[in-house]
Design a protein around this ligand. Sequence first.
Ligand SMILES: NC(=O)c1ccc[n+]([C@@H]2O[C@H](COP(=O)([O-])OP(=O)(O)OC[C@H]3O[C@@H](n4cnc5c(N)ncnc54)[C@H](O)[C@@H]3O)[C@@H](O)[C@H]2O)c1
Length: 348
Amino acid sequence: MPHKIALYPGDGIGPEVIAEAKKVLETLSLDISFTTFEWNTTLYAKTGRCAPEDFIDQLKPYDAILLGALGNKANAPEHLAVDPLLSIRKAFDQYVNVRPSINYPGIEIPLKERKPLAIDMVVIRENTEGEYTNLGGRHYAGMPQEAAMQISYFTRHGIERIARYAFETARKRPRKELVSITKSNALKYSMVFWDEVVAGIAKNYPDVKLTSQYVDAAAMNMVRFPEMFDVVVSSNLFGDILTDISAVVTGGIGFAGSGNLNPSRAFPSMFEPVHGSAPDIAGKGIANPIAAIMSSAMMCDFLGEKQAAKKIENAVVAHLTEGTVRTPDRGGSNSTVDVGNDIVKRLK
Ligand SMILES: NC(=O)c1ccc[n+]([C@@H]2O[C@H](COP(=O)([O-])OP(=O)(O)OC[C@H]3O[C@@H](n4cnc5c(N)ncnc54)[C@H](O)[C@@H]3O)[C@@H](O)[C@H]2O)c1
């Protein structure tokens, strides 16, 4: 059976980078079929919706979704544009968000004295609950006593399963270290609960060294000593913020791929670059496609195509190390297509 992939390029540079990821996947001898869904803010301008009403049902039969980026505030309100992404994560119970950050050779990073590959961390972010639940409300609109309430919602089930996934990830890596991100000194209910549940799961993983850091200290440490981190597990909001730091210290969001996983495989998982739709450079053909290509490698790995995943990663590393073909964000003058072609050439 071929792997059925739903391509969801989205807005701005999304279609440009997804085209290169598709080209890379097509170079490998994989049994794979693609269906492209043109859902974006242009559709909103025509229909008042950024995706059709039944978009979750349409995506359900696929093995995986490869998404570009959503959003263009010139065409649609931001919250409506990004809503399909959040709905997919919830509807398909993609409770694990995986974001690896490695300083590959050939990428300039802010901490210039760090040797290539000195930083190699993966952040496992809870993706379905915590601070990003749609619970809360606005009251007394426009009045002096106007109030807003946004509820964080943590469940034992939710924390246990993300902690288990993080421990399993750490167990497979040479260092076998896990840092749990908390703020239990200030958030006396949610984060104290988080710490307790993570500690409970730790009992099943005596081979993994668990430590804990407050989110503010972790933010500082990721900037100062990013090599300190091996695997990191965090709530939704904390992970969202920390992964921008982990991406930047390893070269920027143009390189960072990610996966939204449903490890049970009951529903499709989704892979996407960490960056957004970059309206400032959209249509110029200069977006860096590496994050999208690395996301496609993560997709291959999740689908069991381990060899293909490794081949893509090796080709990207060779491309970066040689460094002759570079988009403007890397100080070069090459196009998105040039980068895709160079990686394809290395795969052949
Ligand atoms: N997952 C998503 O779909 C997602 C994530 C973040 C932002 N967004 C949306 O994207 C739009 C723009 O948001 P933003 O400007 O805050 O973030 P952004 O990631 O789109 O852009 C930030 C900066 O990084 C640059 N950049 C991003 N990706 C790049 C790439 N691949 N190559 C070279 N340069 C790149 C952009 O040119 C811009 O200067 C908004 O509508 C936002 O809501 C979507």
